[in-house]
Design a protein around this ligand. Structure first.
Ligand SMILES: [Zn+2]
Length: 134
């Protein structure tokens, strides 16, 4: 399952960082969760809470999910835009969330209507911060 693999890599990264910083007890980890990431948040959090018990440094760690909205930058006119406010049907929106690459099929720059843009935010999962004690 995708969620479990992701949760495991988040915890491993947090524990590695803790080790390098000589942190023995992680208290909180902020995980950035991209809007375009097609994973189930509930399962992801459940996986984090289950898997943390395997790592002494992360046993009591809380995981805070920080949602990151998707953002795009037009390659033609450099305008930046988000999914909000763009005209699209619900099915399209869901499809874009499911397959970020498909954004190019459904979205156009609201400024110059160019379909040539890059995704600058909202993909993937990353660690934003960690709190712990030595
Ligand atoms: Zn444009």
């Amino acid at each position: 399952m995708h969620e479990w693999a992701l949760a495991e890599s988040v915890i491993k990264t947090a524990v590695e960082y803790a080790g390098a910083e000589k942190i023995t007890k992680l208290k909180e980890t902020g995980v950035v969760f991209g809007e375009l990431q097609a994973i189930d948040k509930e399962i992801f959090i459940f996986a984090l809470e289950e898997l943390r018990t395997q790592f002494p440094a992360a046993k009591a760690c809380k995981f805070r999910i920080i949602k990151q909205p998707a953002a795009f930058r037009c390659k033609a006119c450099t305008r930046e835009f988000t999914l909000k406010g763009l005209k699209k049907t619900k099915a399209e929106a869901e499809f874009i969330h499911f397959v970020p690459e498909m954004a190019h099929t459904f979205l156009k720059c609201p400024g110059c209507k160019s379909p040539d843009f890059e995704i600058i935010a909202g993909r993937g999962v990353s660690i934003k911060y960690m709190k712990g004690s030595r």
